[in-house]
Design a binder for this molecule. Structure first.
Ligand code: HEM
Length: 191
């Protein structure tokens, strides 16, 4: 319970910030939305999160690329099968996304695919009776912490580091986390 409820969330927040640091225009889009929703009231309330549409897409896309618990997720073909004319060998892991390696939060815009365990191409919280019981708590935590990080602070890369050179290596353990910790420079935002 402690590992399931802490490491998953903190690891995902680090990946969210890494992906946003790599994609400055998406970082800016998320910050503009959050600051528009919260305005000058200087506190983010629960009801505000419901209006942070782009932030939810960013979190969804981060969990697609970096699901923190991968050792429980793999689904493989049990036999040689043919799908839409493609032969797929037994025990193959299949990724069914377009541009699967790219960070594109917009792919979830108007998409019925969600993480509740019914869409088997996207199951960061697992599926079925052993699916994650902390889904709602986990996602609200991700939204709340990320919204605060992006509302209060602007973020820059350390001098000399370019966004395309950010280290993206993953390490597999109980959770799949970044090999090298992310370092960003926080700058208090003036409202
Ligand atoms: C980003 C957040 C989280 C992600 C991505 C995540 C993901 C997962 C996954 C993939 C599983 C295995 C599901 C399966 O076998 O099909 C799982 C199980 C579990 N999670 Fe989470 N989790 C998150 C947050 C949390 C939180 C916040 C809690 C509790 C406060 C929690 C508690 C648990 C527990 C107790 C299990 C084991 C359930 C069982 O085996 O019956 N998780 N989680």
């Amino acid at each position: 319970m402690m590992i399931g409820g802490t490491d998953t969330t903190s690891t995902t927040i680090e990946w969210i910030m890494t992906q946003l640091a790599r994609h400055p225009s998406k970082l800016q889009k998320a910050q503009e939305e959050i600051r528009r929703v919260v305005g000058q009231k200087l506190v983010i309330e629960h009801e505000d999160l419901a209006k942070m549409h782009y932030l939810k897409l960013v979190i969804k896309e981060t969990l697609r690329l970096h699901p923190p618990i991968v050792f429980l997720l793999p689904r493989e073909t049990l036999d040689n099968v043919e799908v839409a004319g493609f032969g797929i060998a037994v025990r193959t892991r299949v990724l069914v996304w377009e541009n699967p390696d790219e960070f594109i939060p917009e792919r979830f815009e108007n998409s019925p695919v969600d993480w509740k365990g019914r869409d088997f191409q996207y199951i960061p919280f697992g599926a079925g009776r052993r699916g994650c019981p902390g889904l709602s708590f986990g996602t609200v935590t991700l939204e709340f912490v990320t919204a605060n990080l992006l509302y209060w602070l602007d973020w820059e890369l350390p001098k000399g580091l370019r966004c395309e050179n950010l280290d993206m290596k993953e390490v597999y353990g109980l959770t799949t986390h970044k090999d090298k910790p992310l370092f960003l420079v926080p700058i208090p935002h003036s409202f």
